[in-house]
Design a protein around this ligand. Structure first.
Ligand code: FES
Length: 207
């Protein structure tokens, strides 16, 4: 909550309680995803960056897909206009949310060289490639390649966050099992895993 809302809660508690009751009771006939999408659109319309990031994250957590977000922006075009839509997309691109990437939307994508197999050691490596950073987990013949961004709020997770088989995002402590990518504590979404393949003695991932 913003400092201003906190302040108003202290100096006008009754009025603000009514306001929050109103917010809570409005939209009771809407499902979670629809409410989340409407909130995102209002933040784009107001061009409040912090609020947009916050509600975008909530919408994704509510199960709204990137395609649905983009469609909603387009449907709201008569009100938003292209400028505000571009403003929102710029922020989304800066956040570098893996699910919004062109190839994740089923458009394009290619195999990328990750490293020579002999250099991919057992355990977890964090690699900085030209176009993105990845975690590579290897146990013998099992190899998994993950995006380094947390599925919660896109924090770029550092190598230090890995301890044994558990990776802990420093921001809100979601914990992931690096062997499967599954979130095992606090959160409910897995790491973004890329398809990978070994060709000769080279490891590739698809994005
Ligand atoms: S950003 Fe919240 S747990 Fe990673």
């Amino acid at each position: 909550m913003s400092d201003a809302l906190n302040y108003l809660l202290k100096v006008r508690p009754d009025a603000m309680k009514s306001y929050f009751d109103f917010i809570k009771k409005s939209g009771t006939h809407l499902d979670k995803k629809t409410k989340a999408i409407i909130s995102v659109i209002t933040k784009v319309d107001n061009q409040t960056e912090t609020g947009f990031k916050q509600y975008l994250s909530r919408a994704l957590q509510a199960g709204v897909t990137p395609d649905e977000i983009i469609d909603s922006l387009f449907i709201a075009f008569p009100s938003l206009g292209l400028t505000k839509i571009i403003w929102a997309i710029d922020i989304i691109l800066k956040l570098d949310i893996p699910d919004f990437r062109v190839e994740q939307l089923g458009l394009g994508g290619d195999w990328h060289f990750i490293g020579k197999l002999i250099e991919v050691i057992d355990g977890v490596s964090r690699l900085e490639l030209d176009e993105r950073e990845v975690f590579v987990y290897r146990h013998g013949k099992t190899i998994k390649v993950y995006d380094t961004h947390c599925p919660h709020q896109v924090t770029n997770i550092p190598k230090l966050a890995v301890s044994g088989h558990v990776m802990t995002c420093p921001k809100h402590k979601w914990k992931f099992d690096i062997r499967t990518g599954k979130c095992i504590v606090v959160g409910d979404r897995p790491l973004k895993e890329y398809k990978s393949k070994v060709d000769g003695n080279k490891l590739y991932a698809f994005w």
